[in-house]
Design a binder for this molecule. Sequence first.
Ligand SMILES: Nc1ncnc2c1ncn2[C@@H]1O[C@H](COP(=O)(O)OP(=O)(O)OP(=O)(O)O)[C@@H](O)[C@H]1O
Ligand SMILES: [Mg+2]
Length: 272
Amino acid sequence: MTDIIEVKNLGVATDKQQILSNVSLSIPENTITTIVGPSGSGKSTLIRTFNRLTDLYPRLRVNGEVLFHGRSVREYKVMLLRRRIGLVFQKPNPFPMSVFDNVAFGPKLHASLTGSQLDTIVEESLKHAGLYGEVKDNMEKNAMDLSGGQQQRLCIARALAVQPEVLMMDEPTSSLDPIAKSRIEELMLRLKEDYTVVLVTHDIDQANRVSDSIELLYNGKIVEYEKPDVLQMPEYEHARQFVMKLSRQVGRQSRSTSENGCFVKLMRGSLV
Ligand SMILES: Nc1ncnc2c1ncn2[C@@H]1O[C@H](COP(=O)(O)OP(=O)(O)OP(=O)(O)O)[C@@H](O)[C@H]1O
Ligand SMILES: [Mg+2]
């Protein structure tokens, strides 16, 4: 399986705080890779380095490497990089305009398209996001009048409309009810056929349900699940609880050892 993103010894820091330390991981194409970990462990910061959203925060210093298709993300034009690696946020953030205009927004920026080409892209994106059936009769409806779950699927459609290769979702279901949440989970499983999905979630049951592999981030480090000694340390009490929940349903597979010996890679497969 080809790795579409590789992170090598990544560190992110401000003058006052080391946010991520020596993070190494790889993200295979057409899989769902999930990053779990307690609040403040650096999950959002980590995925923001993938499409250089960290550039928007001048206080953050980034070192180490993030490779996209084997090339440093620093070598890409940033707008192109962000088109190819999209991000859906925790809280649905539709633009205050029609459903159609929300989805057409990115394609209009990135390409000069005829009206019918734009119609096709909007329709296809809404279908991919599992929303088309609910909005097709009223594409002029203001997006702010959709339900929360519909708004989140609209944001996914908007992200898909620029034809990304990687779709990152930062806690995409935390503000949704269980039915809306399960629709998004089904959607993620369908999306991985065509895209690579990177999911950040607090919800370990969700991680177990949808992930091909799960990385546990703890205090800015990837925790090595295969090294029980690491997890026995008192400072890893909370991490141990995460791992116990993960291991109930997800088999594990070890990887090569990172330099600081800190990572976890759990692969769906045989139960432990
Ligand atoms: N731009 C920034 N400037 C300064 N500190 C930051 C910045 N971004 C993140 N941090 C700090 O880095 C740490 C990790 O934050 P991050 O948002 O990545 O955590 P998280 O794991 O996504 O948490 P949550 O689960 O609550 O969303 C926090 O202590 C946060 O205050
Ligand atoms: Mg976060």
